[in-house]
Design a protein around this ligand. Structure first.
Ligand SMILES: [Zn+2]
Length: 206
């Protein structure tokens, strides 16, 4: 784990959608120095398992890919996360969507399509269709597929009017506000919400 590495096991999952939670694997988007929960390719694979995007077979196959490939794939993971952050932050703020970042997402979707597969679902005696990822013989970069396709699904079908950016001082995490009256302000009451409460309390005391 690198200097800026953060322990993935401690991450708060608050985005309300895996593509948003992926963007939130940077400890803060609006601070000059920031920690990264995805400091290695294996961190990214483990995050995918936590988010239920990759199963045990996929994990085994992607872990067996070449080390040099994995390093390049990690750089691609970080670039995809930057692009997705640009797109979602723009959407949350009501700004025009960044064309280059959208093109980049399209490019990743095209590059990973080869490992997406429709199949008859074993669990329903092959009566239903299921969509799955088959990483048999795939290179490390194929691991970007599940989260990139989830992001496309979110952008196409998600309730993006509920997308918000946390105004916390070292935060900028994104989330879907699913509260009834759309009153959620903070990523989490444990971190930014609590910090704001403490700040208000101190201001009252002063
Ligand atoms: Zn926050």
């Amino acid at each position: 784990m690198g200097e800026s590495g953060k322990n993935l096991e401690n991450i708060e999952i608050i985005g309300g959608h895996p593509a948003i939670d992926f963007v939130n694997t940077v400890s803060a988007w609006n601070a000059p120095s920031t920690g990264d929960y995805l400091a290695s390719f294996d961190d990214f694979l483990r995050w995918n398992v936590m988010a239920d995007l990759i199963g045990p077979n996929g994990l085994r196959r992607l872990r067996a890919t070449e080390e040099g490939d994995q390093e390049a794939a990690l750089a691609a993971v970080h670039r995809l996360r930057d692009s997705l952050h640009e797109i979602l932050a723009a959407r949350a703020a009501g700004r025009p969507l960044p064309r280059e970042a959208l093109e980049h997402l399209n490019d990743i979707i095209r590059r990973t399509a080869a490992w997406r597969r429709l199949a008859a679902d074993e669990e329903t005696d092959f009566r239903d269709i299921c969509c799955l990822w088959d990483f048999h013989g795939a290179p490390a970069v194929a691991a970007l597929g599940p989260v990139a396709w989830k992001a496309a699904e979110l952008l196409e079908l998600g309730d993006l009017d509920r997308l918000k950016e946390c105004p916390g001082e070292s935060c900028g995490w994104l989330f879907l506000d699913t509260s009834k009256n759309r009153s959620r302000q903070w990523c989490s009451m444990r971190t930014c919400g609590n910090a704001a409460k403490v700040k208000r309390f101190r201001q009252r005391q002063a």
